[in-house]
Design a binder for this molecule. Sequence first.
Ligand code: NIG
Ligand code: FE
Length: 406
Amino acid sequence: MTDLIIHNIGRLFTPDPDSFGKMNVTENCSIVIKNGLIDQIIPSDLEINASKLEKFDVLDAKGMSVLPGFVDSHAHPVFAALRNGEFEMRNAGKSYLEIAEAGGGIKNSVRKLRAMSEDELYAISVRRVREFIKFGTTTLEAKSGYGLTCEDELKMLRVIKRLNETLEIDLIPTFLGAHDIPEEYKNDREGYISLLINEMIPKVAAEKLAVACDIFIEKNYYTVDEGRLILAAAKEHGLDVKIHADQLSRTGASMLAAELGALSSDHLEYISEEDIDAMIEKGTVFNLMPGASFFLGMTDHPPVRKIIAKGGICALSTDFNPGSCYCYSLPFIMTISAIYLHMSAEELVWAATAGGARALGLNDRGMIAKGKKADLLVVKCGELSEIPYSMGMNLVRKVIKDGKVL
Ligand code: NIG
Ligand code: FE
């Protein structure tokens, strides 16, 4: 592996590990990268000995800013077909739940994914993941959840594994067999839950196809009690747990996330004060994804100012999926979050880097410090607030993953 020096950095921004939302800044510096890891941050005017330089590739940041690569900790990038027709139906007045009740929504994606071959699914997913990279994502969580049979869930997870092996960025696989109750089990939910617990989770864990297990707890989907059973089984098989929680109504799912020591509780539009306190006490990450509420035309948002004031740690993710958020770009999600969640640029970048890493249980990335992965972005901005301000634009000029310029 060749080593790399990034020099002529105007400003280097890195999350303060001890303080949510605080970004530390170093001006006029260079980063020395060895074996894919950050080795040193040195002032620009310090002579780099020429003989040493020969062993390094050199990247000129041209006075731009450098930040950690984005860690998108909640996404559904593997699916068969777009659902733009449902988007049109929503804009004509139907709700997400109404469309789902009429056979659309997740069930629509399930039918199409089951009919698609593994190779085809891989080929369309590769194209999508490359789009994420352009917008600065260097670690991407990827969920199953559109198969809902043992074979189709494994098919999705094998596609995620292959994406991870063939693409430059890291994909972190999550099993989401409890995304919905499949059509063929609609009169036998216990039967499907038993399949999840006794067959699917053990198999996924034994084949090491996922590191975590997720569930959609919501009216018409799974209850808190079912979630407790399913996630307890996942934990017994060594998987981390997380929950799609309190997205369309308050269900108590975030309380369950705290009870189970989940990595994160995700969405949180209808979270209560006691849920917030329980999550903070257990160190559960508040995973925010306002792209979904924006795309669904919802006007309720998580009480983020309250969460931060109480000391909660937030992550920010796209929730990229064909139904409720067809958006690859964390910078665009930052724009929405700034406006609707009233978050500062420093909080947003912290949440999309160190926060994302925390939500995935990874402590080797998400900041620029000695020994961390050299996952870095060269961004054409002087101040962080230019990122959320530049609505729909892409200020990312270079993406570096494990010390390699992509
Ligand atoms: O995170 N909430 C459930 N799951 C996804 C939506 C999935 C879909 O509509 O396909 C979400 O919003
Ligand atoms: Fe989701």
